[in-house]
Design a binder for this molecule. Structure first.
Ligand code: TXA
Ligand code: MG
Length: 368
């Protein structure tokens, strides 16, 4: 929660943030997933600022964040009128997902209303929307009374921030960037993204804490993996759009220090690529397991860092650990391969991309 405990002061801070957004400025704010870098979704100049600040290619679409309906406002009791200015052709299934999971860590992609700026969608005819659950994000959105685009508040291809201090470090050179401090993010990885724009089928675009299994259990809706749909006409369109979707790049969420995964008990195999035996290596180990003991390399300096062995705890610590280890000047960071199982898909996805893009040359790889 806010480090500023006075309700009066914190509401004054939110009002200032609202004014900054109205003036076309950027405001970083907490969500339950990661911190976002927010701008007015109806202001093309403000959107341009986001792309410039992040160093993000202009064809990578942004997510529009909306306030949840106000149960005390009789005109805004449900989601449909709130979505009408942004999305069209909402299916029954889309409404079921919204009612089951919003506000929360689920982003849905719809056909866009014609008023939605092309700058925001990267020229696509669809728009991604989510209603974050974090109370500070909700208060900001409610008072702003409009949509706020908010990519994760990090430089393009780098590790997403999960605290206000992370955002500050990421944009050290932007001294006047307004950052709302909501403490550490509860979930720690970005929202699950489901494409509902085909109308009749739901496609998973980015795994997250909300899994297809949970979606099926709560709504009866089957979520298709992009790979399950190769023969299907929609999948061809989906594949066409993938390079425009920054989360789909092989290199993403990456630290500057080389990062590799090791299979259970195979730390030495992971080292074979790094023959310099004087290396200082940080090895993440499951908190449920005993330490590596004799498995260490005789002439490499190892240090073990415990990571939670349950998927939610691991997600919560993943970006924090990567950022902290990246600061400590290791030659190599090793993480254990996440076990099989859908609840690990979100963190497995982020870790694999982080490995691919890691190391000092990651910025050139990140544009793959
Ligand atoms: O948890 C989150 O979603 C965070 C917080 C801040 O809300 N935001 C976030 O934004 O992760 P960003 O920009 O880092 O990732 C947004 C992703 C894009 O990479 C892309 O994959 C997807 O949203 N996206 C946006 N618009 C889309 C569209 N029209 N079609 C398909 N995917 C889209
Ligand atoms: Mg991002």
């Amino acid at each position: 929660m806010s480090t500023d405990s006075s309700p009066l002061r914190s509401s004054a801070v939110i009002n200032e943030a609202v004014q900054t957004l109205r003036d076309g400025g950027l405001v970083a704010f907490p969500t339950e997933t990661v911190y976002g870098l927010g701008a007015d979704a109806r202001n093309p100049e403000a959107i341009k600022k986001i792309f410039n600040t992040k160093g993000r290619p202009a064809n990578h679409p942004l997510i529009v964040h909306l306030a949840a309906p106000d149960k005390f406002d009789p005109i805004q009791v449900d989601w449909v009128p709130l979505l009408a200015p942004w999305a069209r052709d909402l299916s029954e299934d889309a409404l079921k997902l919204i009612n089951a999971f919003w506000p929360g860590p689920l982003t849905l992609v719809f056909k866009k209303d014609k008023s939605v700026l092309n700058e925001l969608t990267g020229g696509q005819d669809t728009v991604a929307i989510r209603a974050p659950a974090h109370p500070i994000a909700q208060e900001l959105l409610r008072k702003f009374k409009g949509g706020v685009v908010a990519p994760s508040a990090n430089r393009f291809g780098k590790v997403s921030p999960t605290s206000a201090a992370d955002v500050r470090n990421e944009f050290e050179d932007i001294l006047d960037l307004m950052i709302l401090d909501g403490g550490d993010c509860e979930l720690g990885i970005e929202s699950t993204i489901i494409d509902m724009s085909a109308g009749d089928k739901a496609f998973l675009l980015r795994p997250g804490v909300i899994t297809p299994k949970e979606i099926f259990a709560k709504t009866g809706i089957k979520v298709w993996q992009a790979s399950e749909t190769k023969s299907d006409h929609h999948a061809v369109n989906l594949a066409d759009t993938l390079p425009r979707v920054s989360g789909s790049l092989r290199a993403h969420y990456a630290p500057n220090t080389p990062l590799r995964l090791y299979a259970p008990g195979r730390v030495l195999d992971a080292l074979s690529e790094f023959p310099d035996t004087k290396s200082r290596v940080a090895v993440a180990v499951w908190d449920s397991e005993s330490s590596l003991g004799e498995d260490g390399h005789p002439s490499v300096h190892f240090e073990e860092v415990e990571v939670p062995s349950n998927s939610a705890g691991f997600a919560n610590r993943l970006y924090r650990s990567l950022r902290d280890l990246d600061q400590q000047g290791w030659d190599l960071i090793l993480f254990p391969e996440p076990p099989p199982g859908e609840e690990w898909d979100g963190v497995r996805d982020r870790l694999q991309r982080a490995c691919f893009g890691s190391g000092p040359s990651s910025s050139s790889q990140a544009s793959n």
